[in-house]
Design a binder for this molecule. Structure first.
Ligand SMILES: C[S@@+](CC[C@H](N)C(=O)[O-])C[C@H]1O[C@@H](n2cnc3c(N)ncnc32)[C@H](O)[C@@H]1O
Length: 470
């Protein structure tokens, strides 16, 4: 006997009042029960479709908008309802900034319980659209069908789709006509590629049957408008590949660097495979201020170039370098902060666990003829030892930019004993930053915090905190 399907549960008159974890709206029904709601805006009165319960608290999505919030706006992307990439497009941008600020402040107060000398105003995105420099689109022979397509009597033969995976699925792709995340030329290139290949024998991949040829396309762009392309194919077909790549180059002369990769892997990750260079330069050139970065198909680079510079400028301002400092840049990635500040300090040492990232850090160091930076590969907790400090000298300023999980306890301990006058803590997760600030408060005071919006229309927020030795 099959499992009985549960009747969907709808709850009317839920008044949303704020933003909770993962950008969901939070509110209460008339009996005072709390709900976490996808697609809601604080101030809305909604009917909630309850989808699951966690620790007794219902989670769901907006089924019906009974009364819209004053902060609600019309989402500008036609794929908003399906895509899930820019979930806050229905929230006015000023309100987005307000809720990001509140979220950071609440985490620091609730979890960190630390005194903050000064809360600085959130730094808004210089661009709220077309701000990403890298996107990846998937090809699928079984695109996600829209409600109208499913209802229509028309027989749909061509089910090819090129776009983003529908959230929660690995094989369904939303066929995009527009995306506001990368430059308009990148958008145009994706549509050109789809029109070029649709109705032809250029087969799109199917992740379920593992059949088909075209798998993914990655597009990197620079502020100047140059492009790097990486096309991922399930198997080699030289004739077709050259035809497609040559025609793409003719249509998009701004592609200055082109690669392809052959992957028969089950998943779509290709970073461990050899990329074949097909055309043009090996790398793109991007600038953060005066510092030049060479960015290849496997490079790690902040995805919002303009705002990365703005973020690093806050770091610089907080550190207030005098030119004499010995600096550690922990979790340095491809050394972008270390290289950006190198000319303002005496010496900077970067630590990062991914060897490829350090490989690019060193290339970029050479390109910029920076002589006062040194990079190490490994876990910060293992590298930053007493003997390391003996060798590199006591740090005057420590910059730390850990991943979402925050810093390891042992690293916090090392920082507490470091004697560094200042710590500049950059974070993409206010909750773990709050926890670490609390631990660091044994020896440091939080002087200032500034949230930075790197990803408009999403709930993500970065923060920079300045700590000074007591
Ligand atoms: C938030 S990113 C910061 C990157 C860089 N500061 C930037 O602005 O582009 C965090 C970095 O820490 C690295 N990482 C994560 N855990 C690490 C660890 N335990 N030790 C060293 N690096 C680590 C990740 O690979 C990633 O490059």
């Amino acid at each position: 006997m099959g499992r009985r399907k549960r009747k969907p549960k709808f709850v009317e008159n839920v008044r949303l009042s704020g933003i909770a974890d993962k950008g969901r709206a939070v509110g209460r029904d008339q009996g005072g029960q709390v709900y976490f709601v996808e697609g809601g805006v604080p101030g809305d009165l909604v009917t909630v479709h309850v989808q699951k319960k966690k620790k007794g608290v219902p989670f769901g999505k907006v089924e019906k908008l009974e009364e819209p919030s004053e902060e609600r706006v019309e989402a500008f992307c036609p794929h908003f309802d399906l895509c899930g990439g820019c979930k806050w497009q229905n929230l006015d941008y000023d309100a987005q900034l307000k809720y990001k600020t509140e979220y950071v402040q609440s985490a620091i107060k609730r979890i960190g319980k630390v005194e903050v000398g000064e809360w600085e105003e959130i730094l808004a995105g210089a661009k709220t659209n077309y701000y990403r420099n890298k996107l990846e689109y998937s090809f699928s022979s079984a695109r996600w069908m829209t409600e109208e397509e499913i209802q229509s009597d028309e027989v749909i033969e061509d089910k090819k789709g090129l776009g983003f995976n529908k959230s929660g699925t690995f094989d369904k792709v939303i066929d995009l006509n527009t995306c506001f995340l990368q430059s308009e030329r990148s958008d145009s290139l994706r549509n050109w590629l789809r029109d070029y290949t649709r109705g032809t024998d250029f087969e799109y991949y199917n992740s379920r049957s593992r059949k088909g040829w075209l798998r993914n396309i990655m597009i990197r762009t620079t502020e100047k408008g140059e492009m790097l392309i990486l096309l991922s194919l399930a198997y080699e077909d030289r004739e077709k590949r050259e035809q497609l790549l040559n025609d793409m180059l003719e249509a998009y002369p701004e592609i200055v660097s082109m690669y392809y990769v052959i992957s028969d892997k089950v998943n779509s990750v290709t970073i461990d495979l050899d990329y074949h260079h097909y055309h043009g330069k090996d790398v793109l050139t991007e600038f953060l201020g005066e510092v030049e970065f060479k960015i290849g198909p496997k490079s790690f680079f902040q995805t919002n170039t303009t705002q990365a510079k703005a973020l690093y400028d806050v770091v610089k301002e907080y550190a207030d370098f005098q030119g004499t400092e010995n600096v550690y840049d922990l979790y340095t990635g491809l050394g972008s902060i270390a290289l950006y500040i190198a000319s303002d300090v005496e010496q900077v040492t970067g630590i990062e666990e991914i060897p490829e990232a350090i490989h690019y850090a060193k290339i970029n160091q050479e390109v910029n003829q920076i002589e006062n930076a040194t990079f190490y590969t490994g876990d910060v907790k293992d590298i930053l030892t007493e003997s390391f400090v003996e060798k590199h000298g006591k740090a005057d300023v420590i910059i730390t930019d850990p991943p979402r999980v925050g810093m390891h306890k042992e690293v916090v301990e090392t920082l507490l004993n470091s004697g560094a006058k200042k710590i500049v803590y950059v974070s993409c997760n206010p909750a773990t930053q709050a926890r670490d600030l609390d631990l660091l408060s044994e020896a440091y005071s939080v002087k200032k915090i500034r949230p930075v919006d790197m990803f408009p229309h999403t709930h993500h927020v970065e923060t920079v905190a300045l700590l000074e030795l007591n």
